[in-house]
Design a protein around this ligand. Structure first.
Ligand SMILES: Nc1ncnc2c1ncn2[C@@H]1O[C@H](COP(=O)(O)OP(=O)(O)OP(=O)(O)O)[C@@H](O)[C@H]1O
Length: 282
């Protein structure tokens, strides 16, 4: 297992470190991700501090402070989150806007260092976000090739998978859009293409941030099927979504985040039920 601080730790080392092993369903495989008391803090440089009141005078004072450099404001986005994810699990991450879901995924992917606590991962996590980088000026077809090569596929594998990826994305359903630059795509089309590229390979840990929400019904069905296949190939899938139905249909377990804290970890059905009840039905 690799720990995010760049150090490497084996599963035995995790045990030896005294990392708690929070409850997890035992009928799944070995651990792929362990979050142990994870805290993530963003520091926003040049942010105006909290002003004591409104009005032009307060605004001028705030601007003067910013000119002088301003202080760094801290946003404590993830607060002491612990869980163990195992091979074969599909884990939904739910919670209201700004509750820390995307931040949690970015920390698991190793893109943000923990402020405190640790994330151990067994295998390479791949984060598929709405903002995942594809080249806007290049046509979709070039992005498919580059994206696949970047994931470690050989040119022969890319050639073999190319048609399936384009079909899966549905980009060409209504004409030859795959030869147009990505910047001409709607956000939904771009998200579908990103998912189709990422889903072309098996992943140890696949982290999906809302990409499925942008697709139509047929695309969602294809995606749900592919997520099931990825799990069957012994990977772990994390899925951030505001669609409770997608979480119920796709995941067997769910984590509910609020204000940076993990407030519930259980089966997808029981966590989504509790979430809906707290939000007055959905
Ligand atoms: N790059 C950043 N710099 C500073 N603060 C950030 C940054 N990204 C997120 N935050 C803050 O961290 C907190 C958690 O944000 P995050 O995006 O993880 O929430 P989320 O649950 O994914 O939200 P949503 O459902 O709206 O996408 C929020 O208060 C947000 O303002």
């Amino acid at each position: 297992m690799a720990a995010t601080e760049g150090a490497t730790a084996t599963a035995e080392a995790v045990e030896a470190s005294g990392a708690p092993a929070p409850d997890a369903p035992s009928d799944f495989g070995e651990p792929t991700v362990i979050a142990d008391g994870l805290h993530v803090v963003y520091r926003v440089r040049g942010a105006a501090g909290r002003s004591g009141g409104g009005g032009p005078a307060a605004l001028l004072r705030a601007l003067a402070r910013r000119k002088g450099g301003g202080g760094a404001r801290e946003v404590h986005a993830v607060k002491g989150v612990s869980f163990v994810a195992r091979r074969g699990e599909a884990i939904g991450v739910i919670g209201s806007n700004g509750s820390g879901k995307s931040t949690l995924l970015r920390a698991v992917a190793g893109l943000i260092p923990p402020e405190r606590g640790k994330v151990y991962t067994n295998g390479q996590p791949s984060l598929l976000g709405v903002n995942a980088a594809l080249m806007n000026e290049l046509p979709g077809e070039r992005n498919v090739v580059l994206g696949c090569l970047a994931m470690g596929m050989t040119p022969a594998e890319v050639r073999e998978r190319y048609d399936d990826i384009v079909d899966f994305s549905g980009i060409n359903d209504k004409g030859d859009f795959i030869s147009l630059p990505m910047r001409t795509y709607s956000s939904g089309m771009a998200a579908r293409l990103r998912f189709a590229i990422a889903a072309a390979r098996d992943h140890d840990v696949l982290l999906i941030d809302e990409a499925l929400a942008t697709g139509d019904r047929a695309f969602r069905k294809r995606s749900e099927k592919r997520i099931k296949e990825l799990r069957e190939k012994a990977g772990t899938v994390f899925l951030v979504s505001h669609s409770n139905k997608t979480i119920r249909d796709t995941c067997d377990r769910a984590l509910w985040m609020e204000r940076g804290e993990l407030i519930m970890d259980g089966t997808a059905a029981e966590v989504v039920d509790a979430y809906e009840e707290a939000n007055g039905g959905d």
